[in-house]
Design a protein around this ligand. Structure first.
Ligand code: UD1
Length: 424
């Protein structure tokens, strides 16, 4: 529970090093149980979701410790196969432990993850695929009971290239005899990072980053080290914040290709972009114009996670910006909050139309979800006066020291994590 205060109107200048990726580190932490070995993960962001994953690992009987940005996991002593409801609820992507626990122990009991603020989060594709590998899964009373009498490799064609389902199958397939081929697999960069980690762990795996991934064997190693990739959505956030506030910021230690759709949209809006092998520099005069329609799609399309952020950067852009959200059914909850700042946005179904306004004005607003919350801060940086963002803990799920990073770039921002925000 916390309160963010942003006084807009200050331009951002400087260099930032982007944190490790939340969406990469969480499945990698789940994968760390498969081999029953010691794992050292570098570049782990300090986020509440990572703490939640560490709590799950400890519950399972593993050791999980943090020292700065390094998380050490020892899964040799894993002695449980269940994840209780309160731990499942803490972290949206906890269902990713299902494939990993099955691969290691051949049985798992998890509570059903349920929906979230982005709408229903079905896991039918995960379960169907795990059943194809030989898992017997019963769903009753909000819990999933799974066991297998030996997982067997299979051909799995995903009806949709779901990131979570692809990851769950990759993990379970490490405990299966024979070859597993996933077709219509997700191609997101986080899948590539997971495959690289699984390879170090002992998996024979190929095809990651394409729509066909093959896992053909697993010979466990005793100790593994891995550096987690940098976060492409945090990179997109930094670009959008600079676009909205104006100024010039260089993102260091990044893979520019991983968030190119966002960079290209900002360039089309009038920002100046300088791409190098491991850095991207953005310069914004603060006067932007609307880009071509933004349509969210699986990677390499425009990421759904960056939709609220680019919307926040487009609020004062001259002309009309059209967004189509194709991934999640309920991903415009930030719109009502952005309009409190003076934005002109209309939503019909999956389409949101932003008509650029001359000015935004600070106001009290409420973070509705992780990226929606970050979008409010992005917009507030370009608004006149004080914006207060009330947040029940969404933003700290995905951003490590967001306030300090922006403060170092010259923003007027503070975060009080303790304030009891009774209005939320
Ligand atoms: C999604 C994003 C991912 C992002 C993550 C965090 C896509 C394709 N995926 O991954 O890039 O990092 O959110 O915000 O943009 N679905 C089903 N049944 C399933 C699984 C998924 O119907 O079993 C549907 C979902 O309802 C949703 C879509 O598939 O409409 C995307 O799901 P999925 O890729 O699995 O979501 P995440 O793994 O959360």
């Amino acid at each position: 529970m916390g309160v963010w205060k942003v006084s807009g109107g200050r331009k951002l200048y400087g260099d930032i090093r982007i944190q490790g990726s939340k969406n990469a580190v969480l499945p990698i932490m789940a994968a760390a149980i498969i081999a029953g070995c010691e794992t050292e993960l570098l570049n782990c962001p300090q986020l509440s979701d990572v703490e939640a994953a560490m709590a799950i690992l400890r519950h399972l009987g593993c050791k999980a410790e943090r020292d700065g940005d390094t998380v050490s996991i020892d899964s040799r002593g894993m002695n449980r196969t269940d994840i209780p409801h309160d731990l499942m609820r803490e972290m949206r992507s906890s269902v990713i432990f299902l494939g990993a626990i099955l691969a290691r122990a051949h049985k798992a009991e998890l509570s059903y993850p349920g929906g979230c603020e982005l709408g229903a989060r079905p896991i039918d594709l995960h379960l169907e695929a795990l059943r194809t590998l030989g898992a017997d899964i019963s769903e009753q009373g909000g819990s999933l009971n799974c066991r297998d009498t030996g997982l067997k490799g299979a051909r799995i064609n995903l009806a949709f290239p779901s990131v979570g389902a692809t990851e769950n199958v990759m993990l379970a397939a490490c405990g299966a005899a024979g070859e597993t081929v996933i077709t219509n697999a997700a191609k997101e960069p986080e899948i590539i990072d997971l495959a690289e980690f699984l390879r170090k762990l002992g998996a024979s795996i190929s095809g990651e980053g394409t729509s066909t991934i093959t896992i053909s064997g697993f010979t466990p190693k005793e100790a593994v080290g891995h550096r987690v990739m940098t976060d492409r959505i945090v990179s997109a956030t930094a670009l959008c914040c600079t676009a909205a506030a104006g100024g010039s910021v260089t993102l260091k230690g990044v893979v520019p290709a991983y968030f190119e759709t966002v960079t290209a949209a900002l360039e089309a809006m009038g920002c100046e972009i300088e791409r190098k092998t491991n850095s991207v520099k953005i310069t914004s005069e603060g006067k932007l114009h609307a880009p071509r329609p933004i349509v969210t799609r699986p990677y390499p399309g425009f990421p759904t996670d960056a939709q609220p952020l680019l919307m926040a950067a487009s609020l004062k852009a001259a002309g009309t910006t059209v967004f189509t959200e194709n991934i999640f059914e309920n991903r415009y909850r930030h719109v009502a909050e952005l309009t409190r700042l003076g934005a002109d946005i209309s939503v019909v179904g999956r389409v949101a139309v932003v008509t650029g306004v001359n000015e935004l004005f600070g106001a009290p607003v409420t973070a509705t979800d992780l990226r929606g919350g970050a979008a409010l801060i992005t917009a507030a940086l370009g608004a006149k006066g004080l914006t207060t963002v009330y947040d029940t803990g969404h933003i700290v799920r995905g951003y490590d020291d967001f306030d300090k990073t922006l403060l170092n770039l010259g923003a007027d921002i503070s975060f009080d994590p303790e304030t009891l925000a009774s209005v939320v």
